[in-house]
Design a protein around this ligand. Structure first.
Ligand SMILES: *[C@@H]1O[C@H](CO)[C@@H](O)[C@H](O)[C@H]1NC(C)=O
Ligand SMILES: *[C@@H]1O[C@H](CO)[C@@H](O)[C@H](O)[C@H]1NC(C)=O
Ligand SMILES: *[C@@H]1O[C@H](CO)[C@@H](O)[C@H](O)[C@H]1NC(C)=O
Ligand SMILES: *[C@@H]1O[C@H](CO)[C@@H](O)[C@H](O)[C@H]1NC(C)=O
Ligand SMILES: *[C@@H]1O[C@H](CO)[C@@H](O)[C@H](O)[C@H]1NC(C)=O
Length: 589
């Protein structure tokens, strides 16, 4: 018996050795470090989770994750909108450094057929880990651009940014993706085209009448020309109206468009299924999986199972469905026995949207006591998000970290875990969180954080660790519409510059450590340190500005407009229509 056992042990270790040497030959590097599972919700507010104090919404799976890990209560996004916040998350750098910020009102990509995107020379954490031999996948939303110069160059595509596998949408959810929702893209433009079409038709009709009645001479040439204009208006309207859904709501697997338009009905299940399959496929090898949910972004599509189940309408149903998805994915990690060897992270890309409404129903998130929300540069509600980290046995369970942390910190943190050096030829703004998470140090390395709105600096926070003061100055704040509303209902989103904002000189100053809701601006009389704080922060801003170098702007007018030759398409452009045959059987219980 003992010899048999021995045999088996020998055989096993032989196989293990063979596998591991084959492995390091195949990948040419030493693969070590834990698996990395990053889960990001879209537009989830600071007050939308049970573990962050919401006692009427049910998020048991996320709450459990928090119980088994660390809750980051001052987790800050680098921007209050998807495209720039995610660019910063992926690269560990303020998005102004990569050109992923805007000087105009369009601050995110709204078309797949645009030329802007995360520049190929930016390095994502996926690229670092891929070079270390990790299997890297992203499942869900990308929103960092697709093409540069031609339809299939895919220069901004996830597979060109260090991911081996992509399943998801290259853009973001828009209302057009769900057939029964009011359109949101180019609504005004469409209305203008339609109006012009009607006006021209009326004009042509009148001219024809005049000509028939021979009231005064009208040349046929003139009528033909005006008619042509009308036809062009009609075509523009038709394209903008009819094709938006096909051109912007698509599902890709790696480089291939597999469904256009995306069928949202079972999208939640498919995201779960894909994530679980990735984990099962890659369980032998360290993996990095970035699950980038469509939830809880509008239009808040929710499967029947969750319809009407929450106390908070369509939005609450969507949050609860997202929680269910988290549970399924974490269960898969447990099933393959990787719970203890997986660094798991959960966060939202930025705060909840106050302006997202359908009629009088709120379908955007709840930012708790924080002021403001999505789209606002400086107010806390737009940038402070729920954050959770779990790594059993390595990071203490059921703890709370109140220190300032940033979504950008994930970049150096996972690089450190994988043993990958971070790029030395550029500024990395994120800080490695491991020492803080393992309670080896008490304080965050983030002393100052800069809060941009597009490319405009709106606010700065200063965490004075000695005194515990958390100063925040606002140089610019958005003008709410209506003013007392606390949000920009009039415009659908607050603006960053011009008439949309108020400049403050002297700046507004708050101490968040005792005024989390930014309700009571301090003054030189109420706060003896007022001038010292303002001066010190101004000095730091000047220093920060010196570190910025001009880079190509990815969100300028040229780079955000639609270009037919860049439009991803699964058929023959402009007829982009296809159905993913395998998608029908996807229901997971
Ligand atoms: C791989 O890692 C082991 C243990 O950490 C180390 O001894 C070895 O030198 C490494 N090999 C390479 C090629 O880096
Ligand atoms: C819980 O979240 C819902 C949905 O966002 C929100 O409407 C509600 O006000 C929140 N409740 C509490 C107590 O935070
Ligand atoms: C996982 O880590 C926990 C906490 O340290 C420990 O109690 C448990 O035994 C570990 N499980 C395995 C399978 O190693
Ligand atoms: C990427 O290239 C642009 C110019 O094309 C340059 O301005 C920028 O500094 C480069 N970024 C990095 C990180 O090297
Ligand atoms: C999948 O479902 C769609 C819509 O319900 C249907 O048109 C299509 O035929 C189905 N495909 C398969 C392979 O069953």
């Amino acid at each position: 018996m003992p010899s048999q056992l021995n045999h088996r042990t020998v055989r096993c270790s032989l196989i293990a050795w063979l596998v591991s040497s084959l492995f390091s030959q195949t990948y040419g590097v030493n693969v070590s470090g834990p698996n990395i599972l990053l889960i990001m919700a879209d537009d989830l507010g600071y007050g939308d989770l049970g573990c962050f104090g919401n006692n009427t919404i049910r998020t048991p799976n996320v709450d459990q994750l928090a119980k088994e890990g660390v809750k980051l209560t001052q987790h800050i996004a680098a921007a209050s909108l998807c495209t720039p916040s995610r660019a910063a998350f992926l690269t560990g750098r303020y998005p102004i450094r990569s050109g992923m910020v805007s000087q105009i009102n369009t601050r995110v990509f709204i078309r797949t057929g645009a030329s802007g995107g995360l520049p190929a020379n930016e390095t994502t954490f996926a690229k670092l880990l891929q070079q270390k031999g990790y299997a890297t996948g992203i499942i869900g939303k990308w929103h960092q651009g697709v093409n540069c110069e031609s339809r299939n160059d895919h220069c901004h595509h996830p597979l060109n940014h260090g991911f081996d596998y992509f399943y998801g949408i290259p853009l973001t959810l828009i209302n057009e993706c769900q057939a029964n929702k009011d359109p949101e893209l180019d609504v005004q433009l469409q209305a203008t085209y339609w109006f012009c079409t009607q006006m021209v038709a009326l004009l042509v009709f009148t001219l024809l009448l005049i000509k028939m009645a021979a009231l005064f001479p009208v040349k046929w040439k003139t009528i033909a020309f005006i008619t042509l204009c009308g036809v062009l208006f009609f075509i523009s309207w038709f394209i903008n109206h009819g094709f938006v859904r096909y051109w912007n709501c698509m599902l890709m697997r790696d480089h291939t468009v597999i469904e256009q338009p995306i069928n949202l009905e079972n999208a939640a299940s498919r995201i779960v299924k894909e994530s679980v399959a990735f984990i099962e496929r890659k369980k032998e090898r360290p993996f990095l999986l970035f699950v980038s949910f469509f939830h809880v972004h509008t239009p808040c599509f929710t499967t029947k199972k969750f319809h009407g189940k929450s106390q908070h309408g369509l939005y609450g149903d969507n949050v609860e469905e997202m929680d269910w998805m988290v549970g399924k994915i974490l269960a898969a990690v447990d099933r393959v026995g990787l719970r203890n060897n997986t660094f798991t992270y959960f966060a939202s890309d930025h705060g909840g949207s106050l302006e997202a409404r359908e009629g009088n129903t709120q379908i955007g998130g709840w930012n708790g006591r924080l002021k403001g929300g999505k789209g606002m540069g400086g107010w806390e509600g737009g940038i402070r998000v729920p954050g959770i980290v779990r790594w059993p046995g390595k990071i203490a369970a059921n703890t709370i970290l109140d220190e300032p942390t940033s979504l950008m910190d994930i970049f150096p943190t996972v690089a450190h875990l994988a043993g990958a050096p971070v790029p030395q030829d550029r500024i990395i703004d994120g800080k490695n969180l491991i020492a803080l998470l393992q309670e080896e140090v008490q304080h965050s390395e983030h002393e100052f954080m800069f809060h941009y709105c597009g490319s405009y600096l709106h606010a700065v926070r200063w965490y004075q660790k000695e005194s515990g003061a958390l100063w925040k100055v606002h140089y610019v704040t958005p003008n709410f519409k209506p003013q007392e509303a606390g949000a920009c209902y009039g415009n659908k989103m607050c603006q960053c510059f011009g008439d949309g904002v108020t400049q403050h000189n002297p700046p507004l100053l708050f101490d968040l450590s005792c005024d989390l809701s930014e309700a009571n601006p301090l003054s030189p009389t109420s706060e003896p340190l007022f001038n010292i704080v303002i001066t010190q922060i101004a000095r730091v801003v000047a220093k920060h500005r010196n570190t910025l170098t001009p880079v190509p702007q990815q969100l300028d007018v040229y780079n955000v407009v639609w270009k037919s030759w860049l439009q991803p398409c699964c058929g023959t452009f402009p007829f982009c229509w296809c159905n993913d045959e395998s998608s029908n059987d996807t229901i997971i219980i």
